[in-house]
Design a protein around this ligand. Structure first.
Ligand SMILES: [Zn+2]
Length: 490
């Protein structure tokens, strides 16, 4: 048995694939690239960049991430493919530019999926697994196979399916609890059973992939690690289908804090966790709950008097890890309104923010100066919001010139809006609504004449205090189709 690296748990991030395909989590190509760059800074071992067969846009995103982030000392770039040669070819061409590439192919093995979704017998599925893993392996040295819905698969048949994939050349065997059904004990036992009973598995990596339908995705993943798994598939903030995937930051910090118990470590730069969380949250417009473990705003806040007293005397009385370790210490900017371009440029560089060109830098620097006039304390979170806000304005069609509204108890919410259209004409209109925000959007609708409906409007403060910078999420639905997140920042 290969003992080199048995203690190393690989972190396979699927934020850009399993996470991004969840409703409301769609990201643009630029946003995906930005997330991939941050994942590389976080030092994840593998980035699953997408599902290239899904659409030409997905293929292009995977290709671009492979080209830019898949450097020789960067992460492995993986792409997902169903068990057919067309999908596998698309995955293979998309990851071409990466120095380290992985094809990840999957096929269901539970009777309920085989019978009702794939209409295949168990024997037919085994042939397909053998043929498609063999084909993927003929292209790529690094092949991952997932028996989908492993959690509800007959254990004897699961062993058989995994053994077929191993014999066909799969190097990583990922065991998904696709529907989030198992308990930690059951999931751990399933991993152990495969580890002990599949011929050749000792030369492969066993991997976990758990969903959070019953709130135990992280617990199940950790049970997998306890029982021999050396790769965990997870997403930033636990985003993903339905209740989501195992949360990367929770898995990483559990192993970091209890390394001896798990007999393992990851290579993650934990100080980058908070920033990764904020970046994904702002791109998809889904705020992180304040009580969220590891990255929530209150995750390190001690409120009760007894706890505060203890922490002041000796931090470890009530703290098992520090806010600094996960990068939540604020990293307050020592810059202020008197700071010059040079200091600001150095700060951006230290934060790993790469700007397109000098023009973008000038814009952001101007916004930074404006912010310093209004806000006493400017920290990393403000800078991230400035940069993200500036980048979102690249596709501006209409320019807002003026907005006015009346509202109050007993008044009919009414708004007047003045926009400059793409041809430079000034357009003004008014409307009533169910509230001031709805009235504003109704007035905008009258100007742009694209029938749509406002389905979400949320303001989320990024920092503390009355002068806080906030992020605004606006979601509209056009003829029943929900649009992406039109986040904006004020
Ligand atoms: Zn999944």
């Amino acid at each position: 048995m290969d003992t080199s690296g048995v203690d190393h748990v690989r972190i396979f991030d699927t934020t850009l694939r399993d996470g991004e395909q969840a409703p409301g989590c769609t990201m643009t190509l630029e946003e995906k690239l930005e997330v991939a760059r941050q994942l590389a800074r976080l030092k994840v071992d593998i980035i699953e960049a997408g599902f290239p067969a899904a659409s030409p846009g997905d293929w292009a995103a995977v290709h671009e991430i492979a080209r830019e982030v898949g450097t020789p000392d960067g992460p492995v770039i993986a792409a997902l493919a169903r068990a057919n040669s067309g999908d596998i070819d698309k995955a293979w061409t998309a990851i071409q530019p990466a120095a380290k590439k992985r094809i990840h192919t999957f096929m269901s093995t539970s009777d309920i999926h085989l019978e009702h979704q794939f209409r295949k017998t168990r024997e037919q599925a085994l042939v397909l697994i053998r043929d498609m893993v063999t084909y993927a392996r003929s292209l790529c040295e690094d092949v991952e196979f997932s028996p989908m819905d492993a959690g509800r698969t007959d254990p004897a048949y699961l062993r058989e399916a995994v053994a077929v994939a191993v014999a066909a050349g799969a190097t990583t065997l990922n065991i998904p609890d696709t529907v989030g059904y198992l308990t930690p004990d059951e999931y751990g036992a399933m991993i152990r059973d495969l580890y002990e009973n599949v011929p050749g598995i000792e030369n492969c990596i066993l991997s976990t992939h758990c969903h959070d339908d019953l709130g135990v995705a992280v617990a199940n993943s950790l049970a997998g690690v306890r029982n021999g798994a050396r790769q965990v598939e997870c997403t930033i903030n636990g985003i993903g289908e339905r209740a989501g995937n195992a949360s990367l930051e929770e898995v990483v910090m559990a192993i970091h804090t209890r390394g001896q118990f798990y007999g393992a470590q990851t290579q993650i730069e934990t100080q980058e966790l908070a920033r990764s969380s904020r970046l994904v949250s702002s791109f998809i417009g889904v705020p992180v709950p304040p009580n969220k473990a590891i990255v929530g705003a209150n995750a390190f806040a001690h409120e009760s008097g007894i706890h505060q007293d203890g922490v002041l005397k000796h931090r470890q009385t009530y703290e098992i890890m520090s806010a600094e370790t996960v990068g939540l210490d604020g990293n307050e900017l020592v810059l202020g309104k008197h700071s010059g371009r040079h200091a600001f440029r150095n700060k951006l560089h230290a934060m790993g923010i790469e700007l397109e060109n000098e023009e973008e830098f000038q814009h952001i620097f101007t916004r930074f100066k404006e912010l310093c006039d209004r806000k006493k304390r400017v920290d990393d979170r403000d800078i991230e919001a400035l940069v993200a806000g500036e980048r979102q304005h690249t596709h501006e069609l209409y320019k807002l010139e003026h907005v006015q509204y009346t509202s109050g108890s007993g008044l009919i919410p009414t708004a007047t809006i003045r926009l400059i259209d793409p041809d430079g004409r000034v357009r003004t209109d008014s409307s009533q609504g169910t509230g001031p925000v709805d009235a504003i959007y109704q007035a905008i609708n009258r100007v742009v004449q694209r029938p749509n409906e406002l389905i979400e409007f949320a303001i989320n403060a990024i920092t503390e205090g009355l002068d806080a910078v906030a992020e605004v999420t606006v979601r509209i639905r056009e003829q029943g189709v929900p649009g992406g997140n039109g986040g904006a920042r004020t």
